[in-house]
Design a protein around this ligand. Structure first.
Ligand code: AMP
Length: 387
């Protein structure tokens, strides 16, 4: 499945290419066609699944389809995105800017805790897409700085969290001002009864899309953990890799920058390694994968998103170089080893700051990872892998 297969127009395709995305994530290829078709959607997906683009990209396309640039009267908002926190609001707004950069759709974000003047100014200048937290939006509505009478598309993102935070009355007040004739998308990571009830009330014959819960990890995988501080991680990894020079290993880092930095360290230590992440060109990526498959470059350092869809069997070891705060991501990561009954090892590096992440993972697995003592740094173990 490619973005090109999703009937996206050129300005949107160009934006996802610019963002470095190669293939749609599962929530994206499930949701985008329905949103484009104007259907209501009930989406069950967590952050990190690519759900923002799953609604932002098709919304931008719908708005830019029938809307010549700059014709909306000032204050006429066509798409409203409600979310629980200002951090999330800012992130969603940034995503809309990224994906909408070639569309001419205008957008802004409003949230509480900051002076509202610049937000009011942006609204007066006219916006098509407004991302908002409920409290600040109600304030601005009360001052008649915002009218929702022109809203065509409404999104409730992280709706379960908004309910947990007590926003339901605010949401109801906002809903009362949005035209009944509209498209509504509701996303939540969990589907408690309160969410189902809200969905029943506000969605019209919705399509349900969800990213399947990950299944339990293979039984043949051994889970080890080294308690090691961040600065010692590169050396420890180099040492462990040197024990099995020919075996393929997949190493997960949290960030692209971290992947690059670690790869440089490994290369300097003589380990044949390559980085795989969203900033790499298609050529570099294809090459890295081919060389990893043939075990010419036996070590691949990847971010979670980049490793998605990576289909390589018999990876002997998966290293959680950074311990993810999301236990399901851990299960995804180590799903790369121990496939088809082969035995595999999942090795985690846990710094003092990552202890809480470890506990989360152990809770999901319902088992403790096996603690292994950090090997002493004698020079004999400092062999590189290229020798
Ligand atoms: P979200 O779940 O919307 O918070 O997205 C998580 C991260 O995935 C963000 O950093 C996005 O930039 C990134 N992302 C979203 N869609 C894709 C894709 N199709 N390919 C690669 N990265 C993506």
């Amino acid at each position: 499945m490619r973005f090109e297969d999703l009937r996206l127009t050129e300005p949107l395709l160009r934006a996802v290419r610019t963002a470095g995305y190669r293939t749609p994530t599962p929530i994206q290829f499930q949701a985008i066609p329905h949103v484009l078709a104007g259907r209501d959607v009930l989406g069950c997906a967590q952050t990190g699944t690519g759900k923002t683009a799953a609604f932002a990209v098709p919304i931008l396309q719908r708005l830019s389809d029938g809307a010549p640039r700059g014709t909306a009267p000032a204050g006429r908002i066509r798409a409203l995105i409600l979310c629980p926190t200002r951090e999330l609001a800012q992130q969603i707004h940034d995503s809309f800017r990224t994906y909408g950069q070639y569309t001419g759709v205008r957008q802004t974000v409003v949230y509480g805790g900051v002076n509202q003047n610049s937000q009011a100014r942006a609204l007066r200048a006219g916006v098509d897409v407004l991302v908002a937290t409920p409290g600040r939006l109600l304030d601005l509505m009360g001052q008649r700085l915002v009218s929702l009478a022109g809203v065509e598309i409404l999104v409730l993102d992280e709706a379960d969290r908004m309910l947990d935070m007590g926003f339901l009355p605010d949401i109801r007040r906002i809903l009362a001002q949005v035209p009944a004739q509209r498209q509504t998308l509701l996303f939540a990571a969990t589907m408690p009864d309160a969410i189902r009830k809200l969905a029943n009330d506000i969605l019209h014959q919705p399509v349900s899309v969800q990213v399947a819960r990950v299944s339990a990890p293979a039984e043949t995988v051994a889970h080890w953990v080294y308690h090691v501080e961040q600065p010692e991680k590169p050396t420890l990894l180099t040492r462990l890799l040197a024990r099995t020079p020919r075996a393929r290993a997949l190493v997960f880092t949290r960030t692209k920058h971290g992947a690059d930095k670690l790869t440089r360290h490994l290369l300097r230590a003589g380990v044949r390694a390559a980085a795989l992440h969203g900033n790499k060109s298609q050529g570099a990526r294809t090459r890295a994968l081919a060389e990893f498959r043939s075990a010419q470059t036996p070590v691949l350092v990847a971010t979670d998103i980049a490793a998605r869809g990576l289909d390589v069997d018999d990876i002997a070891q998966v290293f959680n170089y950074d311990l993810t705060p999301d236990p399901e991501t851990y299960v995804h990561r180590i799903g790369r080893t121990g496939r088809a009954g082969a035995s595999g090892t999942a090795v985690s590096f846990c710094s003092a700051q990552e202890r809480a992440n470890l506990r989360g993972i152990e809770r999901l697995l319902r088992a403790a990872l096996q603690t292994v003592a950090v090997p002493r740094g004698d020079s004999q173990q400092r062999r590189g892998m290229s020798a």
